[in-house]
Design a protein around this ligand. Structure first.
Ligand SMILES: [Cu+2]
Length: 128
């Protein structure tokens, strides 16, 4: 599904607003969860599989700042920064309604990225 086809649609309970750009199959949105009364941000999807050597396009489709780095939030809501062996070092800021390419991911394995601003905003990247 191309990003422009997602406009106005609901994926799960996430509403995607004004998607930008076209990252092929390896596009992840930084989206707002509208199923909750409070504002909550999450990656959509929360896990993505790409091929070795691919880059990943992250699209921030709302006017919200995100800072994405290597690591994850644990189940207690504590930041666990870590770079797995072979992971590209990621430290990128989104200012809203923008997109950035990260990688390439040149090593197979499972890698974790998270937003240092929004609790539980975790992304798993599986490289095959
Ligand atoms: Cu965020």
């Amino acid at each position: 599904m191309r990003p422009e086809e997602i406009i106005g649609q609901i994926l799960g309970h996430y509403r995607l607003i004004r998607p930008l750009g076209y990252g092929g199959s390896a596009t992840v949105f930084l989206a707002e969860d509208i199923n909750l009364q409070r504002e909550e941000m999450q990656f959509v999807p929360t896990s993505i599989t790409i091929k070795k050597g691919d880059k990943l396009t992250l699209v921030d489709d709302v006017a919200v700042v995100h800072v994405i780095s290597n690591g994850r939030w644990d189940s207690n809501g504590t930041q666990r920064p870590a770079i797995e062996p072979g992971a590209p070092a990621v430290q990128v800021q989104f200012n809203g309604n923008d997109q950035q390419s990260i990688g390439p991911f040149n090593t197979t394995g499972t890698f974790h990225l998270y937003c240092t601003i929004h609790v539980n905003m975790n992304l798993t990247v599986v490289v095959q």
